[in-house]
Design a protein around this ligand. Structure first.
Ligand code: AMP
Ligand code: MG
Length: 374
């Protein structure tokens, strides 16, 4: 994202040039066609001719080549026939200025091209290159550290012993962080051990811009993230009336004169993903100066019903959706909605925001957050 406005230091294009492969002519010569003109030169892109075009003359010209002095239009080669004896037959009348690109038609020197806060999308990068803005001030990407916690987690491919499971949350969170425009830092898996976790968190606060933990923030006996962060950071422990992802911790961990945000995401993989989407991602984008924080949300048609039970919470149901020929976004549940069922969730590209109650009838309309559009 640009940290300063960019003003064009150059015109684009920098000189008058031809928009076609063909012949540079005087429009006054081609009022009556067909007409024969004498070919007195040739100019290619990157070339130049100082031959001044006179009446009755044409110069062979390529797209992007500078227009010869005197010429005021170009005729595309498809509308011409090359004749023996150095002549060309022009078969089409063109007005003055036809197929001629003027100086600064794309960008005028001195124009403010981009305001501070503009995201440097690929086309923006291309424009910057086109005006020789070789160095621009941009915001630094946030370095966002992720640590998974849990004695049960195995991430090195070894055989599972009784009670162990494969780690999956940080493997999912790292690319979600990259997708949010940040640089993900993998701090690995930390055991449910307060001293070990405290050391990792303090080091992370020294070195990185934000910290995301997974697991250990709910009501369990070994919720060491809760124990450690309560002691070393200024935390808020929340129970949010949503499903999944009810428990959430957020706080600031002081490191010197910096205060580093810490997001304590729940351990259940689906909860982890949903709370990243709803809370961590917009916060990280805000830290990076984005005005637009949330994923796009629209009203979708629930092709099948989305039943649920009243429980005082808003459900973020995992759905697969796409735009139909009616121009509306159509969704259907991907299936099981358990907060431990990441496999089914991985098929979702949107979250249907289903208010407390008995759900959505088939054909009903429901606010839906798009996680990806393809
Ligand atoms: P916790 O929030 O630590 O109580 O964990 C809740 C559930 O999520 C437990 O079933 C954990 O085993 C599981 N879990 C926690 N962290 C991870 C992880 N990084 N990958 C996969 N499952 C996890
Ligand atoms: Mg745990």
């Amino acid at each position: 994202m640009l940290a300063e406005a960019v003003v064009a230091a150059e015109d684009v294009p920098p000189f008058v040039n031809s928009a076609v492969d063909g012949y540079a002519v005087l429009a006054g010569d081609v009022g009556d066609v067909p007409v024969r003109l004498r070919v007195v030169g040739e100019v290619a892109a990157g070339g130049f001719t100082d031959r001044v075009l006179g009446t009755g003359e044409a110069i062979r010209i390529m797209t992007g080549a500078p227009m010869p002095a005197g010429a005021d239009a170009a005729v595309m080669v498809e509308d011409t026939e090359r004749l023996d004896g150095g002549e060309v037959l022009i078969n089409k009348t063109v007005p003055r200025g036809a197929s001629v690109r003027g100086v600064g038609e794309d960008v005028h020197v001195g124009t403010e091209l981009f305001a501070a806060g503009t995201v440097v999308r690929p086309a923006v990068a291309g424009v910057l290159a086109s005006v020789n803005a070789r160095r621009v001030r941009v915001y630094r990407k946030l370095n966002v550290a992720v640590v998974s916690t849990g004695d049960e987690l195995v991430s090195d491919g070894s055989v599972l012993r009784p009670g162990q499971i494969r780690e999956s949350n940080k493997t999912m969170l790292l690319p979600l962080i990259a997708d949010a425009g940040c640089r993900p830092i993998d701090l690995g898996v930390v055991r449910d051990d307060e001293a070990a976790l405290e050391e990792v968190l303090r080091l992370a606060a020294i070195n990185f811009d934000a910290i995301i933990t997974s697991g250990g923030v709910s009501m369990g006996e070994y919720d060491v993230v809760k124990a450690v962060l309560s002691r070393i950071a200024d935390m808020r422990w929340m129970q949010i009336s949503i499903k999944p992802a009810k428990p959430l911790a957020f706080g600031l961990l002081a490191s010197g004169d910096r205060r580093v945000p810490v997001f304590g995401l729940p351990g259940n993989p689906v909860s982890s993903m949903v709370s990243f989407e709803l809370f961590a991602r917009p916060a990280l984008r805000k830290m990076m100066g984005h005005a637009d924080l949330d994923r796009p949300t629209l009203f979708a048609v629930a092709d099948e019903g989305l039943p649920r039970k009243p429980d005082g919470r808003t459900a973020y149901m995992r759905v697969a959706g796409s735009f139909g020929p009616d121009g509306r976004y159509h969704i259907a549940s991907v299936g099981a909605q358990g907060s431990h069922q990441l496999a089914v969730t991985s098929l979702a590209n949107a979250l249907a925001i289903v208010p407390d109650g008995n759900g959505i009838e088939p054909g009903g309309s429901v606010a839906t957050m798009l996680l990806s559009i393809a």
